[in-house]
Design a protein around this ligand. Structure first.
Ligand code: GDP
Length: 433
């Protein structure tokens, strides 16, 4: 997401603009200097375009309008300016142009980033007042009365013009479930079981060995699309099918799905190919539910052996739910659904930038990142970068030096807080200089 930083002297109305953009009332706004927190991150959406807004507490805390730039450029503002793709420079039309504005303007010129100049508080000043800000060389100021929400839309129209539109992620035709597994593990039997005893499968196409079959169905008022990689036909004709195992077909089904149901044959035990398949699903970032099939007719010893193997070989995906089922008898098949839904919801979870940043700050406070080259690695803020798989993007400096163990620590913290189950979670790092 593009990052927009609000820059300007204290009390020019940055927090009010922040609130208007993010449509929250979180930040306390009053006509007093230095009231807002140092820095605040929020999500904004305008015309179906999303971006992150950073509100800086203000440049020039000791602001008499005459100091040099270093006197009133706080470290916070510096950071925000460097993190931003776009700068919104806010000036106060009532106060008129003062020395500090000129200094900030000069500095902004050197950045090579797009700068939008906003003349706020134009209510009650005469029409020509904003004109003096032309001298900043930043073009015509956007006139604004942020406290009344006037002028915001104008600014946002231009600000967001070149931003990419958000892609629609709504599930139209139902939750897509890919049933994958080696030949003969019981995929067809499970598919028919899930579709229900009396259901006539109308999608009875011969299907090439390369193609999966997509079967829409409903259960308890919810819509699903089963992606059947076994190439199933009609109930009762299971024996007639000939399945050719195709990695490409499996990969395609995984890619098309929201949740993967990985079927494993308990009678055969967990074999390498089962793990490869799980690996494909994880690489694709898909949520996974594991079904250990043919649980009927196993001896206690065989069951214990499987449980032992699961502990040993599934330790890399502790968050994936495992069910012991019999597709043939229908035992525990219904129990797959709560896990499927939990995995799907986890893969699609939503959170605001400010909340995610708060969680990051808590995690960092509880267990600070190590030093690197004599400096402590700084993690500044986090935003959600995508769904299915969920991606958390963390901005900071020296993030390249962050040890794997610390990355895992953060991932586990996010997992805990959001109670993520069944889905891989990607934590990515973005370097801010
Ligand atoms: P697919 O190749 O993965 O689609 O596997 P099928 O569904 O065709 O099943 C292969 C064989 O395993 C068939 O003979 C099924 O009857 C049998 N089978 C499937 N599920 C179960 C189960 O839960 N228990 C037992 N005992 N046999 C099963």
């Amino acid at each position: 997401k593009p990052v927009v930083a609000l820059i300007g002297r204290p009390n020019v109305g940055k927090s009010t603009i922040f609130n208007q953009m993010t449509k929250t009332r979180q930040a306390l706004v009053a006509d007093l200097s230095g009231l807002t927190r140092d820095r605040q991150y929020g999500d904004a959406t305008y015309n179906n375009k999303s971006f992150v807004v950073i509100d800086t507490g203000g440049i020039g805390e000791a602001d008499d309008g005459r100091g040099g730039i270093d006197d009133y450029m706080s470290a916070q503002s510096h950071t925000a300016i460097h993190e931003a793709d776009i700068i919104v420079f806010v000036v106060d039309a009532r106060a008129g142009m003062i020395g500090a504005d000129a200094e900030i303007g000069k500095m902004l010129h050197t950045l090579g980033k797009p700068v939008y100049l906003v003349a706020n508080k134009i209510d009650g000043v005469h029409d020509a007042a904003p004109a003096e800000f032309y001298a900043l060389g930043l073009g015509e100021p956007y006139p604004m009365t942020a406290s009344h929400g006037r002028g915001i839309a104008n600014l946002l129209d231009d600000l967001t013009e070149d931003m990419p539109e958000d892609v629609e992620e709504e599930q139209q035709d139902g939750l897509k479930l890919a049933i994958i597994g080696r030949p003969n593990v019981g995929k067809s039997t499970l598919v028919n079981r899930m579709l229900g005893e009396d259901r006539v499968v109308v999608y009875d196409m011969p299907g090439t060995t390369r193609d999966s079959i997509y079967i829409p169905y409903e259960r308890n008022g919810k819509s699903y699309v089963l992606i059947d990689t076994a190439g199933v036909r009609r109930r009762g004709r299971i024996d007639e099918k000939v399945e050719k195992f195709s990695v490409i077909k499996t990969l395609q089904a995984i890619k098309d799905s929201n949740v993967v149901v990985a079927v494993i044959d308990a009678q055969e035990g967990i074999v390498d190919q089962d793990l490869h398949m799980l690996g494909y699903a994880l690489d694709a970032g898909r949520a996974i539910v594991v079904a250990i099939n043919k649980w009927d007719g196993l001896s206690e010893d065989q069951k214990n052996l499987i449980r032992f193997e699961l502990d040993r070989r599934f330790s890399f995906i502790p968050y994936v739910k495992v069910h012991f089922i019999s597709a043939l008898h229908g035992t525990n098949v219904g129990n797959l659904y709560p896990s499927i839904h939990k995995a799907y919801e986890s893969s699609m979870f939503k959170v605001s930038t400010s909340r995610l940043t708060q969680i990051l700050e808590d995690a960092v406070a509880a267990n600070p990142p190590p030093m690197s080259g004599g400096r402590r690695i700084k993690l500044r803020y986090a935003h959600l970068g995508g769904h299915n798989p969920p991606i958390i993007v963390i901005h900071g400096n020296q993030t390249g030096s962050l040890p794997k163990s610390y990355q895992r620590y953060l991932e586990n913290e996010f997992r805990k807080v959001f109670k993520l189950e069944g889905t891989p979670l990607r934590v990515e790092f973005k370097l801010n200089t």
